[in-house]
Design a protein around this ligand. Sequence first.
Ligand SMILES: Cc1ncc(C[n+]2csc(CCOP(=O)(O)OP(=O)(O)O)c2C)c(N)n1
Length: 223
Amino acid sequence: MHMFSKRMLGGFAIVTGHLPIATGAAFTCKYTNAKDEISVCFFGDGAVANGVFHESLNIASMWELPCLYVLENNKWSMGTPLCRTMANYKNFPEKVAAAYGMEFFRLNGMDLLNCYAGFREAHQHMLATRKPILIECITERFRGHSISDPGLYRSKDEVKAILEQDPIILMKNYCLKLGILTEESMKQMESECRERVVEAVKQADSDPWPDPQELEKDVFVCN
Ligand SMILES: Cc1ncc(C[n+]2csc(CCOP(=O)(O)OP(=O)(O)O)c2C)c(N)n1
């Protein structure tokens, strides 16, 4: 939630707070005629009952803005199931996309290859049409919403069955079976990743604090 870079415009504590920002980034692509660029926006199923979701899709479709909206549907928003937040929730995203005249893709978010193929196609389609697309990735949540959520609304057996579908482990097993990777090369990769994370944390801890004057830099309206 707290990461930000030039090409990664941040995560936001306000559910759907980032949808207009992503839509604005898509507007920038159009306005600056950046024909090989698109804006990509991820959000959970907790966002789809919010008005900002609808406003963003509507304007993106109307103005033909190249925004790829990616709904990660894990069927829970905090401890509330989708059926209690969304009227007519079955196949809801598909219907919303149709209502705004947008292309819609449903992907198996637990299957890396399915997602790879789907995202690739969506990307190519957007480069050709410059219009927005809504992708729904059906997925699962391995833990509670946050560390303060003990997840008591799901049984241990339910969570165990979900953990067995972990796409990273399934992909790892698939690669081992095909002989693309070995147990050793996997371990090597894992330790390299761990080292990179440790290095990044060290750098973050040792970097100087920014100058407080920076707070107002690039802010156009201040009180
Ligand atoms: C506008 C707004 N309303 C309510 C909240 C409180 N809230 C925080 S997370 C959340 C649910 C988010 O659901 P989802 O995006 O599906 O994420 P998940 O629970 O699956 O992690 C809510 C309602 C908020 N942050 N912003």
